[in-house]
Design a binder for this molecule. Sequence first.
Ligand SMILES: C[S@@+](CC[C@H](N)C(=O)[O-])C[C@H]1O[C@@H](n2cnc3c(N)ncnc32)[C@H](O)[C@@H]1O
Length: 357
Amino acid sequence: MTTTEPQVDFDKLMSFVFRAVDEVGATLNTALVVMGDKLGLYRALAGAGPLTPDELATRTNTAERYVREWLSAQAAGGFVAYDPDSGRYSLPPEQAVALTDETSPAYLPGFFQIALGSVIDSPRITEVAKTGAGIGWHDHVSDVHEGCERFFRPGYNAHLIGEWLPALDGVVTKLENGAKVADVGCGHGASTVLMAKEYPKSKFGGFDYHDGSIKTARERAAEAGVDDRASFEVAPASSFPGNGYDLVTMFDCLHDMGDPAGAARHVRQALAGDGTWMIVEPAAGDRLEDNLNPVGRAYYSFSTLLCTPCSLSQEVGLALGAQAGEARVRKIVTDAGFSTFRRVAETPFNIVYEARP
Ligand SMILES: C[S@@+](CC[C@H](N)C(=O)[O-])C[C@H]1O[C@@H](n2cnc3c(N)ncnc32)[C@H](O)[C@@H]1O
């Protein structure tokens, strides 16, 4: 039998190679953005007007030779603007918002920091991919934990109080009057602290299986002055303490759990009869082909390096994946005995679901 060699289109090959050049530059830029953030280079450039590398190095107490090379890479990627006549660099106002304004929903350094942490840990993921073993959330470098907090917080600041909680039936009134809330898989407590600031009459319990995250969450609550009403405890989602909760929240963590079905059953029995479970999950369609876009690409990549190994490291190891989609989340929720499940809000990055007993 004769086989025919597939014909390679040289133009298509070269166009793929040049796309790869762009991607390698972008991959390396992940480290350079984190470097610029940690060294204060973007913050020093923001609103400063055009600076020479020497001026930027002096303002940030860094070495001019590194700063000059970093600026060249930033200019080549369009992150900073370069004026060849003066030899000076400046940060365009839009980049200044995205790279330095922590209060903006467009703030990006956390996104790069969690990506860098994921890449740093990728050799270990490559090893466990041979056997199907897992790597837990607790087992990552701190850039993953801190980057996660800094990546998600701007979105929660922008949407949680003004849009997501009001989209839940009757929940805001309960929170205003004094509700009992569990924030499960709370990480560094960005969502818990935000809710505790807004609703001083309510009591918030933040739970996470990672002791390092719980320690940081306690510090965040104390810094924000809400530690009288927000307390944190190490506990897995399938057995966090307490019952009669008016609201249980899970922010970007259900799919990370080994046994999301067990967690759903536990939430069901921990809720008050008229309580609400709010589930915030990454935006995703039900079919792979719905998610073949830039957001889906980033989330499938995080899912390969963080979420799937985290779930596989735990009992059951269901490994839903960060792009599970509504149908799979609905099945887990309704199988656990919830009578209603509906999508109440969405952004380009998240979908918010409401489940009621
Ligand atoms: C992507 S992070 C999200 C953290 C936080 N909710 C936020 O939005 O910033 C996922 C979190 O789920 C936690 N987690 C994973 N499996 C868990 C489990 N079985 N029980 C409790 N927490 C879990 C991890 O420790 C981690 O803090």
